[in-house]
Design a protein around this ligand. Structure first.
Ligand code: GLC
Ligand code: GLC
Length: 811
């Protein structure tokens, strides 16, 4: 069943009922000001950091779900309705929500009046625009009252939802003209305020939530709206809100637009005040003046669309499969940009208060967007690397506002350092900008410890090399990619964090997954050394990699698949010797991607085991058999009921690893089958089972052991976005950036006739035609560039600014 449909020409998903199984959201903003916006106009805004600079208030876990946002109440006689249905939930005559690239348009109609709410964050500005266009579609004059509504958050979202004894006394606002200014704590140490303004004279306003809603009411039925006039309340403490009242009379056929701006302003300390106690509003007024007319708003929307057209033109495919094209060309890249911006901080499942930017998460997100905005990838790499510890290990996360590492969930996740190599290698392959390796970058955010970025990579590699266990495999530390495999934790106390309990490093627990990473990213590191002329180092690195491969194929091999780990007692995890959890997905994907066992058949055997033991119709589960009881020696993984999350859920992030791995051994049919199983566009028609948005990936889909098999959770913020884009763009369609140029090596379903692809790379445009008349799954018989035959599969670098025609014949 579907709740809408794709509109590819406009790059939109069109939702046709407000009652989606879960709120289906969009992200507005891609620089500093961000808004989450659901299909009923729910959500919230923040500036840079969803914890420390929350602008509007949102209540997770509230009932009814998703009932705070930027709302317009339209009062038409005795009927009160919202264009997006919430929060009054008055039945509408028409409803539609279009989520596009950085904007959302919600349209509703009731009793002959239509209302269109366009919501977006303009490129280069720190505000959200909400334009409301009302139209009288009836034959009679309409006299309406329009009320806007936002609820301000007192900046720190954690404090805001916990420290009520203080916060009920601190709220302050100013109302001037058609703007409401939220200035809580501006009197003391804050240099920022927010405002909610409209480009029309007001018939009233409210800034006190109690005054607007009335006692014991919710925003489903504000007393002010019921009575038909605002009270011009000024909030002193309690809950400041922004409410404008505008009375609108529309002749038949007439329409009227109102432009609302939710803005964020910072003032330098010496310019904070216009008069004692009165904030300096100059920048706010300048911002309002930028969006005072429809022409200005139209212009800003056009710029936003042009911005996305430009970004998405870097990589686009025409394959004849419209689902594949829409995911590659639109939604998957869009989601990559969102995960880059948000990491795992703010979604409808991540509260924006729990996690900062993950070290490993951000490094992996970078793999998916580096081609879109290499300059910001460069900046991100330098920020992340600056949080690394001098011994090469890493804080697990950092706070985006301060860019400092934090120990909220500890450190000592021993896969972290290698992800830095993955990110830098991807950046170098995309850009060829080796100057980044010379950048002086702090260790532990301490400038006294700054060393060139290359030294950071070296210490990443050496950290793994110097932390090996009894089988010659890397020590796992608190956990590796799988945060829930906590082999040194042994927690028996409810509520303890599995990630920070116990020693960060036990003497023996080892990870085969990190071993696979070491081989893959060790090789990439050696390639970088080659480029810098560091021949000895390259040779040492390769020797260490070969030794690690042997350890994987020795104690890391279980007979028909790669083992997952060795626990703190030296027992194998993910082995046929185990009672539960005999086979895990992660090492199969990572080790085969790294090329381990390809020559002697273990790779193919391992992938066959995945197909036999882990595959389901909705994707590949993380492990089997699921853990049915708590295993003290394994930690959080066994805390989840069978089939959920890391305990045998379909953890989408690692499905593309297996798809990539299948291409490494030449299986195009199987690689694409795996790709399709979790790919949103291909499962749109089971939205009632899947429940999350059909245009983006979710972190998890309930596995075969779960009561709700096929139900997805945690949409949007997942490494699945980046890894799937790597899978489909580089491994399946086979356009692979290398240090020396683009390499073409498709691995596709044999039935596919071929495809055409446009790739902008290092300033040049490659128009690539792949011909698969031979109907093979993999193999390149001939390559020409502008009609000239090319030896091998790496295209010569075309000069920036030129366009070249590339013809690839498979066979
Ligand atoms: C979450 C985390 C990620 C981790 C994964 C598996 O998605 O953000 O860092 O690798 O879970 O545990
Ligand atoms: C929980 C989740 C896991 C996530 C981790 C982050 O363990 O199950 O997916 O990576 O929290 O701390």
């Amino acid at each position: 069943m579907q709740y809408g449909h794709f509109d590819d020409a406009n790059r939109e998903y069109v939702i046709t009922t407000p009652k989606t199984p879960l709120p289906w959201i969009n992200y507005l903003g891609s620089e500093a000001f961000f808004s989450l916006c659901s299909n009923t106009a729910g959500g919230y805004s923040f500036y840079r950091d969803a914890k420390l600079r929350r602008i509007t208030r949102y209540r997770y876990n509230d009932t009814p779900t998703d009932s705070n946002g930027r709302y317009f109440y339209i009062k038409d006689g005795e009927t009160v309705w919202n264009p997006g249905w919430q929060p009054t939930r008055t039945p509408l005559d028409f409803y539609e929500c279009r989520h596009g690239m950085g904007y959302t348009v919600i349209s509703g109609a009731k009793n002959g009046v239509s209302a269109r709410q366009q919501i977006f964050v303009p490129v280069g500005d720190s505000c959200e625009i909400d334009r409301l266009i009302l139209k009288n579609e009836s034959g009679a004059t309409k006299t309406l009252q329009v009320y806007s509504y936002v609820e301000f958050c007192l900046w720190n979202a954690v404090d805001d939802s916990t420290n009520f004894q203080r916060n009920f006394s601190t709220g302050e606002v100013e109302a001037e003209g058609s703007a409401i200014y939220h200035k809580t704590e501006y009197r003391e140490r804050r240099d920022h305020y927010a405002f909610w303004a409209v480009n029309a004279p007001l018939d009233g306003f409210d800034t006190s939530r109690d005054a607007f809603l009335g006692a014991y009411r919710s925003n489903a039925s504000p007393e002010v709206v019921e009575q038909g006039h605002c009270t011009n309340s000024v909030a002193h403490g309690w809950a400041p809100v922004g409410v404008h009242q505008i009375n609108v009379t529309l002749a038949p056929g007439e329409s009227r637009s109102l432009i609302f701006v939710l803005g964020y302003i910072e003032n330098p300390a010496q310019e904070k005040w216009a008069a004692p106690g009165v904030i300096n509003k100059a920048k706010a007024k300048a911002m309002m003046a930028r969006y005072a007319t429809d022409a200005q708003v139209d212009g800003a929307l056009e710029s936003l669309k042009a911005h996305w057209t430009n970004l998405l033109s870097t990589y686009s495919v025409k394959s004849g499969d419209e689902k594949l094209d829409r995911m590659v060309n639109i939604w998957n890249q869009y989601q990559c940009m969102v995960t880059f911006n948000m990491s795992r901080s703010a979604s409808y499942y991540e509260s924006g208060t729990g996690r900062g930017m993950g070290f490993r998460d951000s490094c992996q997100d970078l793999l998916g967007f580096v081609h879109l905005i290499p300059a910001r990838a460069r900046e991100r790499i330098l920020d992340i690397a600056a949080t690394q510890f001098p011994d090469g290990s890493a804080y697990h996360q950092y706070q985006p506002l301060t860019k400092k590492g934090n120990l909220d969930i500890g450190s000592g996740f021993n896969d972290d350092p290698l992800w830095l190599i993955a990110a830098v290698s991807a950046y170098l392959r995309e850009t060829g900008d080796f100057s980044i390796l010379d950048e002086q970058v702090d260790f532990d955010n301490d400038p006294a410890l700054a060393r060139p970025l290359m030294e950071h990579l070296r210490r990443s590699f050496n950290y793994t090399l110097t932390h090996l266990g009894p089988h010659g495999l890397p020590l796992i530390g608190r956990a590796d990619w799988n945060d829930c495999l906590n082999l040194n934790c042994f927690s028996e106390t409810p509520g303890e964090s599995f990630q920070t309990t116990g020693p960060s490093e036990g003497p023996v627990a080892e990870s085969v997954f990190i071993a696979g990473m070491f081989v893959k990213y060790g090789r990439e590191y050696a390639d970088i050394c080659d480029h810098l002329g560091l021949d000895d180092e390259a040779a040492q690195v390769r020797a260490a990699v070969v030794q690690m491969e042997q350890a994987i194929l020795g104690p890391g091999w279980d007979g028909a698949w790669f083992r997952r780990a060795y626990d703190a007692a030296g027992n194998p995890v993910g082995s046929s010797e185990c009672e539960e959890g005999q086979i895990y997905i992660e090492p199969q994907g990572m080790c085969v991607m790294a090329g381990v066992g390809v020559e002697d058949g273990q790779a193919v055997r391992a992938l066959q085991s995945v197909a036999e033991r882990l595959d389901t119709k909705y994707g590949i589960v993380l492990l089997q058999p699921a853990y049915t009881r708590y295993h003290l020696e394994l930690g959080e993984i066994s805390s989840y009921p069978p089939g959920y999350k890391e305990n045998a859920g379909i953890f989408c992030h690692n499905n593309p690893w297996v798809s990539c791995a299948e291409t490494v051994v030449g299986h195009g049919d199987r690689a694409f089958e795996i790709y399709k199983k979790t790919c949103p566009a291909y499962i749109e028609n089971i939205s009632e089972i899947h429940r999350t948005e059909p245009y983006v990936y979710s972190q998890m889909v309930a596995g075969i052991d779960a009561a709700t098999f096929g139900e997805a959770k945690n949409s949007w913020l997942t490494g699945t976005a980046a890894w799937t884009f790597v899978d489909v763009s580089q491994y399946i369609l086979g356009v692979q950036p290398t240090l020396d140029g683009l390499r073409i090596d498709p691995c596709i379903p044999h039935a596919m006739d071929g495809f055409t692809l446009r790739r902008v790379y290092r300033g040049a445009t490659y128009e690539i035609t792949v011909d698969n008349a031979a109907h093979v799954e993999k193999g390149v018989a001939a390559v020409t560039v502008n009609g000239q035959a090319v030896a091998g599969q790496v295209l010569p670098l075309a000069p920036a600014g030129t366009t070249v025609q590339v013809a690839v014949t498979m066979g």
